[in-house]
Write a protein that binds this ligand. Structure first.
Ligand SMILES: Nc1nc2c(ncn2[C@@H]2O[C@H](COP(=O)(O)OP(=O)(O)O)[C@@H](O)[C@H]2O)c(=O)[nH]1
Ligand SMILES: [Mg+2]
Length: 319
């Protein structure tokens, strides 16, 4: 096991890939590996990049990697896109991008699909981020499609979250309603070569005024065109500026504490859910459930009865 960690610390790509596969497959070794590598984490700058499929997240990431590498920093990437299975066109593009950085020892890119992440996508992704963090990558970029709860959950791992939007996509209001705008620390208007970029910037600014600003951080809006490498440098500048803001304001520590608390909470929740599913699958519950189905008993009544049986502590609580 320690051999694995040794190799990991050397940023050995094969070892890193194999550990992440173990995580995805819920390998029995997984927990022990995580226990060994967790104390080595906490040094990387964790950046979440989210946005609709096709917004240009992967293209942007590809450019960002170049910019970050130019400063001699190492980069790890975890790309989560359940909307494009491995055979899909988008991933083909991702593959090409990957091969470009494949020879660079200081860049590691991994795609994760919903397939194979038995313990839940968000869980597996966060653990994969720990692996890269422990390996010593300076910056870890996490690409996720901004749809669904699992994708939003993933964002709880990031120090800084950037939301990618496109002119003419007409999704600003939807994104706003879904609360996605609020979790972002900066906005990237990508495909700024298309008509309507200035209008989108204005719309975002308007909506920003509606969001309760509880901090001094004014969320910047950066316009980018990936194939022209336009705005990428500014993206990186703003990401770093946010990091600095977090550190100077004390929010850095607070955010990380919140994330770790959530982490423990989530693991407990998962365990409970699994336990309950097993428990409720037992024959002895069947009769009662039928009674509810026949309207002879109230759901609350039966639920309470079960709860008190499973968790005797609850009985004490209710006194
Ligand atoms: N016009 C234009 N197209 C872009 C730009 N960036 C990316 N694209 C295109 O948008 C499509 C989706 O890009 P991709 O990076 O795979 O998006 P993702 O699904 O968000 O990762 C691809 O065809 C890209 O070539 C840009 O700045 N301008
Ligand atoms: Mg992508």
């Amino acid at each position: 096991m320690n051999k694995w960690i040794e190799k990991l610390r050397e940023k050995d790509k094969r070892t890193i890939a194999r550990i992440i596969t173990k995580i995805e497959k819920q390998d029995p070794d997984k927990d022990q590996l995580l226990e060994l590598l967790f104390p080595l984490t906490g040094n990387a700058f964790l950046v979440g990049i989210t946005g609709s499929p096709g917004a240009g997240k992967s293209s942007l990431l590809d450019r960002l990697i170049e910019t970050i590498r130019a400063e001699q920093l190492s980069v790890g990437v975890i790309a989560v896109d359940p909307t494009s299975p491995f055979t899909g066109g988008a991933i083909l593009g991702d593959r090409v991008r990957m091969t470009k950085h494949a020879l660079d020892e200081q860049v590691f890119i991994r795609s994760m699909g919903s397939r194979g992440s038995l313990g839940g996508l968000a869980r597996a992704t966060k653990e994969a981020v720990w692996v890269l963090d422990a390996a010593g990558y300076d910056v870890i970029l996490i690409e996720t499609v901004g749809v669904g709860q699992a994708e939003l959950d993933i964002m709880h791992v990031a120090d800084t979250v950037a939301l990618v939007m496109n002119p003419g996509a007409g999704d600003v209001v939807q994104v706003f309603k879904a609360g996605i705008m609020e979790i972002a620390d900066m906005y990237i208007v990508n495909k700024a070569d298309l008509p309507g970029a200035a209008r989108l910037v204005a719309e975002i600014e308007e909506l920003l005024d509606l969001i309760q600003q509880s901090t001094k951080w004014r969320r910047p809006i950066v316009q980018t065109v990936t194939h022209e490498n336009r705005g990428i440098e500014e993206c990186w500048q703003q990401l770093q500026r946010h990091r600095q803001y977090l550190q100077e304001s004390g929010e850095w520590i607070k955010r990380r504490q919140d994330h770790m608390q959530l982490e423990v909470w989530e693991i407990i929740e998962d365990a409970f859910r699994q336990f309950l599913r097993r428990e409720m699958g037992k024959k002895e519950y069947k009769y009662e459930l039928e009674q509810v189905a026949q309207r002879k008993k109230v759901p609350h009544q039966v639920a309470r009865q079960y709860l008190q049986k499973i968790f005797p502590a609850l009985r004490e609580d209710e006194k």
